[in-house]
Design a protein around this ligand. Structure first.
Ligand code: CU
Length: 487
């Protein structure tokens, strides 16, 4: 029962048989972008020492190689993905940030429960080209273990800057990392990002049609590499996966292996759940364990087809397909190859993970309807409750300490992943059906024509922040609202 609830929520409800079908089906050719070039390379790592983490980060234009092709990209300190940042509850983080881009920018710490105000996670901060600022915050003592994601968040520039390459992983280590079976696993990070290397940088924003559907690139990477090989030296693999793409969805499956989900965006679940596939929309993260129990061999990590717009919509009205872009709708891609040899012995899964507390009954119910419309002189705009984003308007006021239920309804023709900053939430209902498995999320996919009810406890931090669609072209085109948390 619980398992079924979960599967309908986080996957496209297709069974394990799909794996063999898509490997052999002619209408679903598997494309491999290039021959595998390397094993995964860990991103440069900044770890806290004695409760303090000091680092400098610069957003800058960079010529970097993706596969064999050098390209004009954007990076944090010359790296794609940006340096991996790791801290622990109680740590003080001080991040000196410089903007060497040609456009204004800022940083959002997606998945961290820290103040939404300056100098922490303020999405309204505008750092002009050439300027610098210091971000400074403390990871709360009770912060969960998470795989968080830092990226630019200045309205109007987000999609282009993320599509250019900006983004990195921010890990908070804690109780989940100390579970013996999890600790004994081989840990790998998968930072999923698509690129358009075919044109010069400034023309890559795509025509308006691509922005409407949400721009996608035809080069798929993991940690900046095309089809990397991951060699297992242990019998249990822990994958910490971030969808860091601007718009692309990933529907992941590993040949012959189940994925055992252990954590969603904003924390661990209570016990591992077996999945045949995992759907991640932009901004979502997940952690899965994989048992090396299928015999020595090579197994492909696949990205299965997924349609994120109502039938025909992407091809006709929005101009996708006219671009000649390979898309997710009919193609299975090989994202990586996992391999292990005979001497790798399967290791046990943990029985129990971390309790997920049930939130109190809500004092307030709200509805948020996501749709799109035409605005005079602007063309298509993306709307929440009929309004596009306005920087000077507070859309939603909540009281700190209260619990609220939000029903998010998608009446448009495209899927929209809904993200709330600062406070994580639980999914209570999907299309009117209760969701029995408690899990912590900060981004939830609301498919076209569907509705999701989430429950949020507003904790700790007063101030203004935002909620928005995490297809970042949609966010830039207006699908964002301002929330003020009142002390
Ligand atoms: Cu959207």
């Amino acid at each position: 029962m619980h398992r079924r609830d979960f599967l309908t929520l986080s996957t496209t409800s297709l069974g394990a048989t799909l794996l063999t079908q898509c490997s052999s089906s002619r209408s679903n050719p598997i494309t491999q972008n290039a021959s595998p070039i390397a094993t995964t390379v860990a991103a440069e790592l900044y770890q806290s020492q004695n409760g303090q983490l000091d680092l400098a980060l610069e957003a800058r234009p960079s010529v970097l190689k993706i596969g064999n092709q050098s390209s004009d990209l954007l990076s944090y300190s010359g790296r794609i993905p940006g340096p991996r940042i790791e801290a622990k509850p109680g740590d003080r983080v001080r991040l000196k940030f410089r903007n060497a881009l040609a456009s204004p920018t800022n940083l959002h710490f997606h998945g961290l429960h820290i103040p939404p105000t300056r100098p922490a996670d303020n999405p309204f901060l505008r750092i002009a080209p050439g300027d610098q600022t210091t971000y400074e915050f403390t990871i709360p003592q009770d912060h969960p273990s998470v795989t968080a994601y830092y990226h630019p968040h200045l309205h109007g520039y987000v999609a282009q800057q993320i599509f250019g390459g900006l983004g990195g992983i921010f890990v908070v280590r804690g109780a989940l990392d100390q579970i013996p079976e999890v600790q004994a696993a081989q840990e790998e990070f998968l930072f999923l990002k698509d690129f358009d290397l075919s044109q010069n940088f400034n023309s890559r924003s795509g025509h308006m049609g691509m922005q409407m559907i949400g721009r996608e690139g035809n080069v798929l990477t993991i940690n900046g590499q095309i089809a990397p090989r991951i060699k297992l030296t242990k019998g249990l693999l822990r994958l910490r996966i971030v969808n860091a793409s601007t718009s692309r969805f990933y529907r992941l499956a590993l040949e012959k292996h189940s994925l055992y989900l252990i954590a969603t965006d904003a924390g661990a679940i209570e016990q591992p759940r077996e999945l045949s596939e995992l759907l991640l929309s932009p901004g979502e993260r997940a952690e899965v364990l994989i048992k090396a129990d299928q015999g020595a061999g090579q197994y492909r990590l696949l990205n299965l087809p997924y349609e994120r717009a109502a039938m025909g919509m992407g091809r006709g009205m929005m101009g996708r397909g006219m671009m000649g872009e390979p898309d997710n709708r009919s193609t299975t891609n090989v994202l990586a190859t996992l391999s292990y040899e005979e001497d790798v012995q399967p290791q046990a899964l943990p029985d129990k993970l971390i309790p997920v507390s049930r939130l109190a009954k809500p004092s307030t119910q709200r509805q948020f309807t996501m749709n799109h419309g035409m605005a005079p002189g602007q063309g298509m705009v993306f709307l929440i409750n009929g309004r596009p984003f306005a920087p000077d308007r507070v859309d939603t006021q909540v009281k700190l300490g209260s619990v609220e239920d939000w029903e998010i309804i998608n009446t448009g023709v495209m899927d929209h992943p809904f993200h709330l900053h600062t406070n994580r939430f639980q999914i209570i209902e999907q299309n009117g059906q209760p969701v029995a498995t408690p899990m912590w999320k900060d981004t939830v996919l609301v498919k076209t024509g569907e509705s999701v009810k989430i429950r949020v406890a507003f904790q700790d931090y007063p101030g203004k922040t935002v909620y928005h669609c995490h297809i970042l072209d949609h966010e830039d085109l207006g699908m964002m609202g301002i929330i003020e948390m009142m002390a």
